[in-house]
Design a protein around this ligand. Structure first.
Ligand code: CDP
Ligand code: CDP
Length: 231
């Protein structure tokens, strides 16, 4: 069967990674969580004292980029994929609210983006890839055969993320999650380099009222139609 490239972009907590993983498992494609890569670079910067509440040493970050090695490992399904930072599994660590607080400033740095975009493009060379993020349809794979842009209300997105963090035992309050989402939306859409935008040829899906199953079937139908050349 013809293999295509599927780019899924959109705002935080719209369900991009959930649907991307389901799609990759169903189609036998590779899944790449580009957000996890920005999060892992952020964790490295936090651990090295490059970024904190009152300090962001952009020059040191740029000098350190060659010391950052990122790899993904897949388990039985993409739902269990893990990211490794310099050989260490950091899948759990990168999901906390502290990393979320620093990731968008880190992702404004051109050199960080250039490094990660080059690695992402390499991972998609053979097609048969589903990648989710903010700039996949606009910058990483502008020629992707299928581009999806996901959206949902900020309140719905914050509720979803809050539930997820509480379920893993994080001690946080809803307002902090909502503020973080709104702040990241702002930084991600207004940065100079590769701002979050819907690509002109992307199909927009608002899933505020959709459950995971509806969302998956909607996207899967689009993928099947595109692979078969029906759309
Ligand atoms: O899952 P969630 O929406 O919370 O975020 P993520 O996909 O893990 O991405 C975390 C952050 O990384 C985003 O808020 C962006 O600042 C940045 N990012 C980016 O700039 N470009 C991408 N392709 C993916 C993520
Ligand atoms: O990757 P992104 O940040 O866009 O979102 P996600 O990590 O796939 O989804 C964030 C949370 O929202 C997860 O706990 C999903 O199960 C949940 N979600 C949902 O309940 N209903 C949807 N239609 C989409 C996501």
């Amino acid at each position: 069967m013809k293999k295509i490239t599927i780019a899924i972009d959109g705002y935080s907590s719209t369900g991009k990674s959930t649907v991307a993983k389901q799609l990759a498992d169903y189609l036998g494609y590779v899944y790449v969580d580009s957000g996890a890569m920005y999060r892992a670079v952020t964790l490295y910067a936090m651990q090295e004292g490059i970024i904190s509440k009152d300090n962001f040493n952009v020059e040191k970050l740029k000098e350190s980029l060659n010391s950052i090695d990122l790899k993904f490992e897949k388990d039985a399904s993409w739902a269990k994929a893990h990211i490794f930072l310099n050989g260490k599994d950091v899948e759990e660590l990168i999901r906390n609210l502290e990393v979320s607080a620093f990731v968008s400033p880190i992702a404004t740095v051109h050199e960080v983006r250039a490094k990660l975009v080059a690695q992402q493009q390499k991972m998609g060379l053979d097609k048969g890839v589903v990648m989710d993020g903010r700039d996949i349809g606009t910058v990483v794979f502008p020629k992707a055969e299928l581009k999806i842009f996901m959206n949902a209300s900020a309140n719905e997105r914050a509720q979803r993320r809050y539930k997820e963090l509480v379920a893993r035992g994080d001690n946080i309050d809803f307002q902090a999650v909502l503020s973080n989402i709104q702040e990241r939306d702002h930084i991600d859409t207004t940065r100079t380099d590769s701002p979050l935008r819907k690509a002109a040829d992307a199909i927009e899906i608002d899933n505020s009222e959709m459950n995971l199953e509806d969302q998956f079937h909607t996207v899967l139908q689009l993928a099947k139609d595109r692979i078969a050349g029906r759309i």
